[in-house]
Design a protein around this ligand. Structure first.
Ligand SMILES: C[S@@+](CC[C@H](N)C(=O)[O-])C[C@H]1O[C@@H](n2cnc3c(N)ncnc32)[C@H](O)[C@@H]1O
Length: 529
């Protein structure tokens, strides 16, 4: 029998009264909420708590960011981008391995020369997201587009509840465990970039997105984040059955009815319907069923949504536990955080209600797959994708990376990629059976024995700063560079230069005599200011 512990409907609330609920709620703010949603919220929380939730959904969303500890360090604001000589004047590489490169890095908002608020690595003390070492609330929403650090992958703008994935991860895995992680519904990449941070150089994150266009955004965000341990795939969840018992951790952040989005995107309210909740619940189950075989026995499954209703949340977990061999795991939240910790079929659940927690709304369940016999199955390779480099080619590629000794350089078609050695075999196996859009660090192409670097290499946290001149841009120059405007060649040296802002690499620029060629990718340029 399944067991569930949830905030129950108060006994004074009868189904006869449920039909009259919308009329009973007197504040004008809640009028736009769908009737069925009001009813299920009342059933879930009871009268006054439901009203508090609806009232909270009519207030502005909190704004939070999660910084990239591979690129930003605090509290002094210094960075540890691998071999940055300004940080590390001895010239020795700073070793950035798996686990937690930096323990804390508060941000503050400064201003650029035009007075526009920017996020900067300095102090936002007192604004920490309590369950995520790298998360901070901002006092207001700045123009992220105008902050070059945002484009450099220094931070990701992420809803605070979603950062709870870090809490789950830290309670279940030791730092530097070589994990294979699958983020099945990954675009635009919020949780992927967090998992990539946590997995470090010893782990591998496979970030999958079934919708091709959304997968493109995921690729952009993964490259910008620049840790180099992530592979982006564009597959249907059912395709992962070919990787039997392969992953140590699977995250299913399911497409849902998005009740948590009612706050930020009021249009989501008009799209909501009971029929859609049912459809989303059925789809969530299908996705979970499709991917179950890919999780290794003893491995961890995290199922999450940004919706409140029980059909898509607890009932889906109950369904999973009734169909498959699931075991509870010991994960907790600090009661002071206001997160509602419950259980569904004995599995730990966490719900973030916006009237109790600074969050838009989030649900997560965590469980372990029963420890049966592990039979890892790797499908027969369809085609050979990787080719080793000749010695000279390898040396040329290696000089662009701060710590090449921990990486393997491979040719994929015309391109040179770099991979952390511990997970290269897994990269190979996955690449030979799924549709891979990007993997490792795309370094560039060789012409006459010389590497022409790709943009993603500039954003790799461990790009070498010794191979080409590094030119620091002013705030206005940096924004001009990101708009792909012409940059004065005066401070550039002949050939390729790496341009930085506040020490963070933004991309490449080439000086050819009296002119410069802005190499920022056209498709990424800032178009609206
Ligand atoms: C909640 S969003 C994921 C958000 C993402 N995990 C993040 O943190 O940024 C759900 C994703 O599932 C994808 N999706 C939609 N239908 C799907 C399906 N049938 N199977 C798998 N994924 C699907 C959507 O395109 C969307 O990108």
């Amino acid at each position: 029998m399944v067991k569930r512990s949830l905030p129950r409907r108060p006994s004074s609330f009868s189904s006869r009264r449920a039909a009259a609920l919308p009329g009973e709620i007197e504040t004008t703010e809640i009028q736009p909420f769908p009737v069925g949603f009001c009813r299920s919220t009342e059933e879930l929380l009871g009268g006054s708590d439901a009203r508090s939730l609806l009232a909270a959904l009519d207030t502005p969303s909190p704004v939070s960011v999660r910084f990239n500890p591979y690129k930003v360090q605090g509290p002094s604001g210094q960075r540890i981008s691998g071999n940055d000589p300004s940080v590390n004047p001895t010239g020795e590489s700073v070793v950035v391995t798996g686990g937690n490169p930096i323990d804390s890095a508060p941000f503050s908002q400064g201003t650029d020369s035009g007075g526009t608020p920017l996020i900067r690595p300095a102090r936002l003390a007192g604004n920490e997201v309590p369950w995520c070492r790298y998360g901070y609330y901002l006092p207001q929403r700045p123009s992220f587009t105008l902050d070059p650090a945002f484009h450099a992958g220094a931070y990701y703008v992420q809803e605070a509840g979603s950062m709870f994935v870090e809490r789950i991860f830290r309670q279940l895995f030791e730092p530097d465990t070589p994990l294979r992680i699958l983020d099945l519904c990954a675009a635009p990449g919020g949780k992927t970039t967090l998992l990539s941070t946590l997995a470090g150089a010893s782990g591998l994150v496979v970030a999958n997105e079934v919708i091709r266009q959304r997968a493109g955004t995921l690729v952009d965000n993964v490259r910008k984040w620049g840790i180099g341990n992530t592979l982006v795939t564009n597959n249907d969840p059912s395709h992962f059955a070919s990787l039997r018992h392969y992953f140590d951790l699977v995250l299913v952040d399911a497409p849902c009815s998005g009740e948590g989005m009612f706050r930020k995107t009021p249009g989501a309210r008009t799209e909501w319907s009971e029929a859609n909740v049912k459809l989303c619940a059925a789809r969530g189950r299908r996705i979970l069923g499709d991917v179950w075989e890919a999780l290794r026995p003893g491995g961890i499954l995290v199922y999450s949504t940004c919706t409140f209703n029980v059909q898509e949340n607890e009932e889906t977990v109950e369904w999973l536990a009734s169909e498959y061999d699931c075991e509870p795991v010991d994960v907790t939240a600090d009661p002071a955080w206001g997160i509602v910790q419950g259980e569904a079929a004995g599995m730990a659940t966490f719900r973030f209600f916006p009237h109790r927690v600074q969050s838009e709304g989030f649900f997560a369940a965590v469980l372990r797959k029963g420890d049966g016999r592990v039979r890892v199955q790797v499908p027969k390779p369809r085609k050979a994708i990787f080719a080793p480099l000749a010695r000279r080619e390898g040396e040329e590629a290696a000089r662009w990376v701060g710590q090449p000794q921990q990486m393997l350089f491979q040719r994929v078609g015309e391109n040179i990629h770099a991979y952390y050695a511990p997970q290269f075999q897994a990269v190979r196996e996955i690449s030979e059976s799924l549709s891979v859009l990007c993997s490792g660090v795309l370094c560039g192409q060789l012409f006459g024995g010389k590497l022409r670097p790709e943009h993603s290499l500039a954003l790799f946290h461990d790009v070498s700063r010794r191979q080409v001149p590094v030119v620091e841009l002013s705030p206005d120059e940096a924004v001009a560079y990101l708009r792909k405007a012409d940059i004065s060649p005066v401070r550039l040296q002949e050939g390729i230069n790496l341009v930085t802002f506040d020490g963070l690499p933004l991309g490449w620029i080439k000086r050819i005599g009296a002119r410069s060629n802005n190499m920022y990718p056209k498709e990424l340029r800032i178009v609206n200011l």
